[in-house]
Design a protein around this ligand. Sequence first.
Ligand code: OGA
Ligand code: NI
Length: 339
Amino acid sequence: MAAATTKLLLSDLASTVKSVPSNYIRPISDRPNLTEVQISDGSIPLIDLQVLDGPRRLDIIKQIGQACQHDGFFQVKNHGIPETIINNMLSIARAFFKLPESERLKSYSDDPSKSTRLSTSFNVNTEKVSNRRDYLRLHCYPLQDYIHEWPSNPPSFREVVAEYCTSARGAWGLQRDYIDKALGKHGQHMALNYYPPCPQPDLTYGLPGHTDPNLITVLLQDDVPGLQVLRKGKWLPFSLDYDFRIGYRPHTHIHNFESLAICLIPNTFIVNIGDQMQVLSNDRYKSVLHRALVNCDKEHISILTFYCSSPDAVIAHAKDLIDERHPTVYKNFTYSEYY
Ligand code: OGA
Ligand code: NI
């Protein structure tokens, strides 16, 4: 297999090369601007799910609806997923990307139709400039159909990831709601993203600006910033320069932190609307552009859970959302036609 002799994966290349190879360098007009601090119009909402089971339930549901309409992105805390499951997930992802190349390459494939595959960049078959990311994609629902395909190394990989994705399904009450009924057999996929340190983070992206094609994405990240969200024309980064117990860190002298960054809070999830949900809601909910930057001295890990409809489900807007003021925006289509 040629894969065993060429350096396919970035994680191996990144440790030996001290500058960004030319195929990763973006044209000047399309580079992240690391020096200019952009003031945006407020941060994304932080929603506390703890009260979902109390008397303020309707309030919280309304907050979520508002966030889907106005922001397309929000953070959730008190979601019920135990900290140990979160930490184990991040650790096993880190351990996977530290395995010897020959071991990881057992999962390597360029074929996007494979349900378990390790690859690099974004789409190696079509893109002109490469991105500084390696990723492992997994299908995880129904679990028993896919778990035997997953990597068996590190030895606890399957157990830890299965615990995480089962717990992520239960937490949002997704089994109970509208989506489950409307889309029947929908899918749950994961991406374990690995962004190695990059000597020149101003020349390239971990992931360039994109919207997600699926319904809803739930993102977990470690404590290294990477994700940025486009908000009113400005890229809003995540930042640790915010102590969620005491508010703004005194030494930063930033008066309006929330219009500069989104606070990166351990054990919270970031939820965003994908293209399918925008269509389903007849454009009421927004699928918003986002991207990932890389760091010069730190590796970064993010764990994405994608909920999507089955490939042959017809995506049609919910009929209740159509009236004279909100006419139909999209024709009906299947997910595979769209994808
Ligand atoms: C994605 C994505 C962002 C990140 O994989 O679709 O937006 O921070 N990832 O890894
Ligand atoms: Ni995305």
